[in-house]
Design a protein around this ligand. Structure first.
Ligand SMILES: [Zn+2]
Length: 279
């Protein structure tokens, strides 16, 4: 399942394909959106924003197309009217003279007036998107301390899209490893230094993954492993998907267990339990 960095990369492709040229034609698969097709003819895309796993295509005539890929949605960018061979269902097609941006399989597509965007049920509750908004570390630390968050386990918090947008399953394990935090501990169990480290890890790993096609491991180490013949799944992460493998720092066996009903990986040496998180 794509996480924030993957959606941001798709947004970059869509933005590059669509900006600078007026929309020639747009088509929606859903009946309730058909009436909007004319509204977009000749409109220009101003920018493509992301809020976690949601995408907002902003047009210059006051309308925004909201889409959320859920599990199966997939964007393709092609030369104009050049459709990919796929069994997926085409749900939204935006064409200009040069390019087509095509969204397949997604079922969550809406047309909003710009002023309605912030009231949209998903947008209204989603947390900050670290790839879209520049959130200072201090603000993130304050967020960790908020009442509604600080008593919850990191392992469930990080999957909650109202906490930080776009963190999914691999980023959760990777962020906690980089911050030396046990998945069962809570922000309230952490020292100020740990909270600061957690904020840095959230920001850095989101960006590293976005800029390096999903790699969250140390980049030099990943390069070296790759040069030695390691496969992508072997050098991509610190701990995620590495059950039973030695920790890259100290050689301890990586543990896999279920947290918030999804698989979570950690190193018991790098991420020790604090006394209060054992309760
Ligand atoms: Zn370790």
């Amino acid at each position: 399942m794509p996480e924030g960095p993957e959606i941001r990369r798709a947004a970059d492709h869509v933005e590059k394909a669509l900006s600078g040229r007026p929309v020639l034609e747009i088509s929606f698969a859903f009946e309730q959106l058909k009436d909007y097709e004319d509204v977009f003819q000749g409109a220009m895309v101003k920018r493509v924003e992301t809020r976690g796993k949601a995408m907002l295509i902003r047009f210059d005539q006051g309308y925004t197309i909201y889409s959320h890929n859920q599990l199966y949605g997939k964007w393709y960018v092609r030369n104009a009217y050049n459709y990919p061979k796929t069994n997926r269902q085409l749900r939204l097609a935006i064409h200009n003279e040069k390019k087509s941006a095509l969204l397949y399989s997604a079922s969550d597509i809406e047309v909003l007036r710009d002023e309605e965007v912030e009231e949209h049920p998903f947008i209204a509750k989603v947390g900050p998107d670290l790839l879209n908004d520049s959130i200072p570390r201090k603000e993130l630390i304050d967020r960790f301390k908020e009442k509604r968050f600080h008593r919850r386990k990191w392992s469930s918090l990080l999957l909650d899209q109202s906490f930080i947008a776009g963190v999914g399953n691999y980023l959760r394990s990777e962020i906690l490893f980089a911050a030396n935090i046990h998945p069962d501990s809570r922000p309230m169990d952490c020292t100020e230094e740990q909270l600061s480290k957690a904020a840095d890890a959230c920001i850095e790993l989101m960006w590293r993954s976005y800029k390096n096609k999903g790699i969250t491991n140390d980049l030099e180490l990943a390069e070296r492993l790759k040069a030695e013949g390691a496969k992508r799944y072997e050098y991509r992460h610190w701990v995620f998907n590495r059950e039973g493998q030695p920790c890259r720092i100290d050689g301890t066996e990586i543990i896999k267990y279920k947290a918030a009903s999804r698989r979570c990986y950690y190193c018991p040496t790098c991420q020790p339990k604090t006394s209060s998180s054992q309760k």
